[in-house]
Design a protein around this ligand. Structure first.
Ligand SMILES: Cc1cc2nc3c(=O)[nH]c(=O)nc-3n(C[C@H](O)[C@H](O)[C@H](O)COP(=O)(O)OP(=O)(O)OC[C@H]3O[C@@H](n4cnc5c(N)ncnc54)[C@H](O)[C@@H]3O)c2cc1C
Length: 293
């Protein structure tokens, strides 16, 4: 079945209007941003909203990338293409450009949004991993105001978030601290496909030692607690190939991938290890290049 069920459609004119519509229409309403996840689900009848609230006219209000000294604020309606092309963002968080280069194709990137990606909470979504690595805070707005949740508290599980039916994700905040860099690497079956497995890493240095490091994995059912322990293991160490290899082994042990048409569990675990090594190495190399000026 490739045709969505019947639904009513309304175009929101602003954030307040979208929230008022969500509040009025209740559980049967869904917002549509880029539509690249919601529409396929509707065509497969995996989602059957009675009302669609189109939020594309909110791109003016929620389409900003604000690179501040202490925090980077990105509006929920920023499209993949804008994340890919922003030199300001790439200068502080190169992991975004790494990831966007391998997300889908230009048609999807022209429409799909950061907000839609995080709200979809697909375990194979690349931007969820990027935002986990960067310790993102999600800003939600509803009829009674705004609230902030860590991404871990926002994404409750596959395809499930903590957003109430009358709340909109409006902004993602990413803290900046110290001398850091980041990287993302993915293995897919063909260009633009969803990940077989992918890894993201960010490293902050204090002199010759790692002050803080974060690793996250895509599409391999990672254990967040074990990845947090991996970050602790890296803290205070001097970067070396041996260290990265040990981190890779720990990343492989921290995931529990399903075998499917994309590969066996062992193959995906191998990728988790190798891609963790590469992204840690790349993050540190980027810092060294930046220091050489
Ligand atoms: C062919 C194809 C290939 C793809 N390949 C990849 C890939 O390799 N990697 C990858 O990461 N992604 C991939 N995607 C998904 C793509 O990144 C989507 O753009 C993204 O998942 C969803 O963004 P969207 O704006 O299209 O969201 P939509 O489809 O509009 O919405 C998704 C969900 O989020 C909700 N929502 C959207 N915005 C908000 C908001 N601001 N507040 C509250 N709820 C909201 C909607 O109600 C819906 O439930 C692919 C998609 C396609 C069609």
């Amino acid at each position: 079945m490739q045709v969505p069920g019947p639904f009513e459609y309304e175009r929101a004119t602003g954030v307040d209007h979208a929230i008022a519509l969500l509040d009025k229409l209740g559980d049967e309403a869904r917002v549509i941003a880029g539509g690249h996840s919601l529409l396929p689900m509707m065509k497969l009848r995996l989602a059957n909203p009675e009302f669609l609230i189109d939020i594309n006219d909110l791109a003016g209000e929620l389409g900003y990338i604000d690179v501040g000294d202490g925090v980077v604020r990105i509006g929920a309606m920023v499209r993949h293409r804008e994340l890919l092309e922003s030199d300001d963002l790439a200068a502080v968080f190169p992991i975004f450009r790494d990831a966007e280069k391998v997300i889908a194709d230009p048609v999807v990137r022209n429409r799909g949004t950061l907000g839609g990606s995080l709200c979809q909470a697909d375990p194979a979504e690349d931007l969820s991993t990027v935002c986990t690595v960067l310790d993102a805070t999600c800003v939600l707005r509803g009829p009674s105001g705004t609230r902030e949740l860590s991404l871990a508290d926002f994404q409750l599980g596959p395809y499930e978030t903590a957003a109430a039916s009358n709340e909109l994700l409006v902004e993602v905040r990413l803290p900046r601290h110290g001398n850091g860099s980041s990287a993302y690497a993915k293995v897919e079956r063909r260009a633009g496909d969803w990940a077989i497995a992918a890894a993201g890493a960010a490293v902050w240095m204090n002199g010759k030692t790692i002050e803080q490091a974060r690793v996250a994995l895509t599409a391999v059912r990672p254990d967040p607690g074990a990845l947090a322990e991996l970050g602790e293991f890296l803290r205070g160490a001097e970067p070396s190939e041996e260290l990265f290899r040990e981190a890779g082994a720990r990343a492989a042990a921290a995931c529990n991938p399903d075998a499917d048409q994309r590969g066996t569990a062992d193959y995906k675990r191998h990728l988790a290890s190798e891609l963790t090594v590469r992204t840690l190495r790349r993050s540190v190399e980027r810092l060294a290049v930046a220091e050489r000026g």
